[in-house]
Design a protein around this ligand. Structure first.
Ligand SMILES: Cc1cc2nc3c(=O)[nH]c(=O)nc-3n(C[C@H](O)[C@H](O)[C@H](O)COP(=O)(O)OP(=O)(O)OC[C@H]3O[C@@H](n4cnc5c(N)ncnc54)[C@H](O)[C@@H]3O)c2cc1C
Length: 375
């Protein structure tokens, strides 16, 4: 249940394997109150552990499968540049070692090397650039809609404006309650992101989650042609920022990572925050001085576990109820997570390595665990 990117991917995978699937979504399909709307998301190999880098290899393969089955071009390879300023909060060593261990080629660039390739960037002296040529953009709303279309054409019923009020486990079957109907099923995938704990309450389960309200923002460079060949980029410090080249429109998108306030997803604004806007515009003005004026901002929710790792596992003592949660970096893995969640809910196992994403890890069980979202 939940038909953002993850639930749509699971519905697609389950229906295409011949299962009888009902997808339940509390709002309209494609709504903008969750995390899977808007234009673009980053797909990349570069990550801080070899396990993550290996999973990104699966992500590229699964996006290719989605492209092939949908007949849509979804992955736009533009290259990816991770920027590590001197004494940054995020260690470049972890990234370099992880990419090396998995055998993913990359270039290490100093400031002259970065500016030689992309004079649009003005990083401070001593910044290290890690460039990986497969860094890419995937479309958020369009990719999610493509998975919904495939799910529906494989026989899934996708029901919008259908909020689940409770899930209860009866050992040999699970009951999913909505206002006027109870659905009895063999298994449930909970992909409710910011609302996960509401849905799990009927099972007595809870995940320590923090929801923040983020603010992607679009800038209009006076000469957009000069910004078409930029890579996607991530500023690996605290605060951390990221951005995109022109993608489908003559604008540059950028945002702070984990820069927004903690919110209740049922009681939050959709209006832009001027203070966040100023902070971002000032950073973008220094890194990409030609980015131009702000043209629009929107809001989008991050749902974060304390260790920023995913949840891809059955609820303890309820093997028929499987949770998928992307911890605010899960879009790139959506087609992969759909496959994994479909495996887990139907067979209890999967060929992908999800050992780090269970309910039993310190990040979810230890109340004294100190949250670290800068990874
Ligand atoms: C600004 C921003 C930038 C990001 N950038 C990247 C990036 O570059 N790369 C990347 O990989 N990831 C990125 N992410 C993270 C990624 O987008 C999310 O991890 C992913 O989209 C989450 O998908 P989801 O389906 O789990 O959540 P959602 O899209 O929020 O979907 C959950 C759905 O569950 C529904 N729901 C909730 N409760 C119920 C209920 N009771 N009954 C029925 N339905 C219910 C909700 O209405 C919602 O539609 C970004 C996220 C944001 C916000």
């Amino acid at each position: 249940m939940g038909l953002g990117a993850l639930g749509s991917a699971a519905a697609w995978q389950l229906a295409s394997r011949g299962h009888s699937v009902v997808g339940l979504e509390r709002f309209e399909l494609g709504h903008s109150r969750g995390a899977s709307h808007d234009t673009s998301r980053i797909l990349r190999h570069s990550y801080h552990t070899p396990a993550y880098v290996r999973l990104t290899c699966e992500a590229y393969d699964d996006w290719a499968r989605l492209e092939s089955e949908s007949g849509e071009s979804l992955v736009t390879v533009v290259g990816g540049l991770d920027l590590f300023p001197p004494d940054c909060a995020i260690s470049p060593v972890d990234y370099v070692d992880s990419l090396r261990e998995v055998g993913i080629a990359f270039d290490e660039l100093d400031v002259a090397g970065i500016r030689g390739r992309w004079p649009q960037f003005h990083p401070p002296p001593g910044t290290l650039g890690l460039y990986q040529e497969r860094g890419a953009i995937v479309p958020a709303a369009r990719g999610t809609a493509a998975m919904q279309r495939l799910a529906a054409s494989a026989g899934a019923s996708l029901l919008a404006s259908t909020p689940v009020t409770r899930v209860t486990d009866h050992d040999s079957y699970v009951v999913v309650e909505v206002d006027d109907t109870d659905y009895t099923c063999r298994g449930v995938v909970v992909a409710a992101d910011a609302w996960t704990n509401q849905v799990l309450a009927g099972l007595g389960a809870e995940i320590p989650l923090t929801v923040t309200l983020e603010q992607p923002t679009y800038f209009a460079p006076p000469d957009p042609t000069a910004y078409q060949d930029l890579p996607v980029w991530i500023w690996m410090d605290e605060p951390s920022y990221y951005g995109f080249p022109c993608y489908g429109e003559p604008t540059l998108k950028a945002a702070q990572d984990c820069g927004g306030p903690v919110v209740d997803p049922d009681d939050r604004t959709s209006e832009p925050d001027p203070e966040m806007l100023d902070r971002l515009a000032s950073f973008v003005g220094s890194l990409l001085p030609g980015a131009g004026p702000v043209v629009r901002s929107l809001r989008c929710q991050y749902t974060l576990t304390p260790d920023r790792d995913f949840v891809l596992a059955p609820v303890p003592e309820h093997p028929a109820v499987v949770v998928g949660l992307g911890s605010a970096h899960g879009f790139k893995f959506a087609p992969t997570f759909g496959r994994i969640l479909a495996d887990l809910v139907t067979t209890g196992k999967t060929s992908s390595d999800v050992s780090a994403y269970g309910f039993d890890r310190p990040g979810l069980t230890d109340p004294a665990y100190e949250a670290n979202w800068m990874v």
